[in-house]
Design a protein around this ligand. Structure first.
Ligand code: SAM
Length: 169
């Protein structure tokens, strides 16, 4: 199959928010996290009970999940997870990040296109007390551009710097 092109994405009439993460990639994301026994881990959009993330969360942690198609809406979740680990629905990424920040986890990770890591989003997340502690880049043939797994930790200094100015040249 050809890699997804920006042309095809622009031509979509509906958002394509369901992408089942290969287990190998979900495990890489899980392994970026700091694992503390007994903490509550949330997969906010596990898709199904065989969910790539939920099923592979580490031993010794408590686990919870949401999934809209099973009537468990992340936006209605109000427990206090320590860790949120997800491949989120891309078309509502800003609302998703906002809800993630409201839940105030110790750390959270996102699998998103590297182009979705905008300086505006980094600023918003840093203003809530999180820093980017790890970034792992990877190419997934079905997704546009380079993908990235990004770990955000509370009270950590980001490993990257950014400049919010738009340079008009
Ligand atoms: C990119 S897919 C990832 C699926 C699965 N976590 C995986 O990685 O294989 C995004 C998922 O978010 C779910 N979703 C969309 N809106 C949601 C919401 N408000 N609450 C919970 N899940 C939602 C979709 O149904 C879809 O299963």
């Amino acid at each position: 199959m050809n890699p997804t092109s920006s042309h095809k994405i622009k031509g979509r009439s509906t958002a394509n928010d369901v992408f089942i993460t290969p287990i190998e990639i979900a495990k890489q994301q899980i392994n970026l996290h700091n694992i503390n026994e007994g903490e509550l881990w949330l997969d906010p959009c596990r898709n199904n009970e065989e969910g790539s993330y939920y099923k592979n969360f580490p031993n010794g942690v408590s686990k919870d999940w949401c999934e809209i198609i099973e009537n468990k809406d992340f936006f209605e979740y109000n427990y206090k997870p320590d860790v949120i680990c997800a491949n989120p629905p891309y078309s509502i990424i800003d609302k998703w990040i906002q809800k993630t920040l409201e839940l105030c986890p110790r750390e959270f990770s996102l699998l998103i296109g590297i182009g979705n890591l905008t300086t505006k989003r980094i600023e918003l997340i840093e203003n809530c007390g999180y820093g980017i502690s790890k970034i792992k880049m990877l190419k997934i043939n079905k997704l546009y551009g380079l993908s990235s797994i990004i770990l955000f930790e509370k009270n950590k200094k980001s490993i990257i710097e950014y400049d919010r100015k738009v340079y008009r040249v």
